[in-house]
Ligand binder design. Sequence first.
Ligand code: FEO
Length: 379
Amino acid sequence: MKARKIKDRIYWMGSVDWDRRLFDSLVPLPDGTTYNAYLIEGSEKTVLLDSVDPPMADELLSQLEGVSKIDYVVSHHAEQDHSGTIPQVLAKYPDAKLISTPKAKGMLVDLLQIPEESFITVKDGETLSLGDKTLQFIHAPWVHWPETMVTYLEEDKILFSCDFFGSHIATTDLFVADEGRVYEAAKRYFAEIKLTSYDIEMIAPSHGQIYPRPSFIIDAYRDWILGPPRNTVVLPYVSMHESTKQMVDYFVSALVERGVRVEQFNLEVTDIGKLAMALVDAATIVVGTPTILAGPHPYAAYAAFLANALRPKTKFLSIIGSYGWGGKTVETLAGMIPNLKVEVIDPVLCKGVPSEVDFKALDGLAGAIAEKHKEHNFV
Ligand code: FEO
C-alpha cells in the first residue's frame, strides 16, 4: 500500500499484515494487524516515527522512495514489530539520527546492533523542533516494555501512542470506522498505561486504525484501568476425565443462581486472547484443574502464568478440581501468581468424581463469591 495522508505534511506509512495470526508466538490475532509508521514533514526537518516488522520492510522502503531526506527516526519501542526495519531506514538515510529513550538505546543496540553513534537520547518531556512543528517526547515505561515512549505533536494535537491504544485489526480503513469492533480488539491488546492530560485531537497508535475521536478509546482505557471490577467470575479450566468438568458445570450454575456472571474457558480449545480480555475487568478468577503429576494441569498453570503477567484488577481467587491420590495443586498455583493482590477464597478439591459433599462445598464457594461481590457493590 502507498503512503496515506492524515493531515497536512503528516502521513501514515507502514503495512497491513492480513495473514498474521499470532503475536509474540503467544497472543492470537484473529483479525491480523497493522504496523504503523508515520512521516512528519516540518518546515525545516523531516522525521519518521517507527518502522515495520522486518518481513514488511520492502513495503516501507518503497513508500519512502520519494522521500529524499529524513533527519530523524524516532523509535518509540524497541520491539521488532516497530523497530525491526530501522537499520534499513538508517542505511537509506545515513545522516539521520535515531531518537529514543536511554533505555531503548541499550535495547536497540542489543537487539538490532545499531551503532551507538547513531542515537540521540531524549529525556521525559523534551521537545524537538522540526521548524513549524514541534515534537514532545513523553516517557511511558511499560506501555509494553520498560523502554517505551510516546510523542505528542504540539501544533496538530496528535498523540503518536506506540502500542498504547493500539488494536490488532487488518483493514484498509485509515481511521476508526467501527468503534465497537475496535473496542474489542483494543481490549484484547490492553496493556498497563499512563493516561495523559494533553489536549489530544487525534491518536495515532502503532497498531490498528487512527482515532479521530480519541475520547472513545481514552474513556475505555480509563474504565479498564480505574473502573471497579465487574460482578464476573472468569473460569479457565481443563478436565481430563470429566470430574473437574462436572464440578465446573455445577459451579457455573451455582454462581449464576446467585446473580454472578461467568466467563468460562475450556483451556484445551480457548483463544488465549479472549481469556486475556475477560481478565481485564473480572472481580474473581477461579481456576478449574485436575491434579496431574502432583500439581496443576499444565494448561491451568499456563492460565495462572498469563493472569500473573497481565496483573488484572481481580480481587478474589479460588481453585476447584479433582485429584486421584494427592498433590500440591493449590500451593503450586498460588506460588505462580505473586503479582496478583488477591484474597484467596478456600478452594474446593475433591477426590475422584464429585460427591454430594463436594457439590455442597461448591455451593458454599459460589455463595462466598456472590457475597464478596455484593459487599463491594460490583455490578
Ligand atoms: Fe507492537 Fe510491543 O510491540
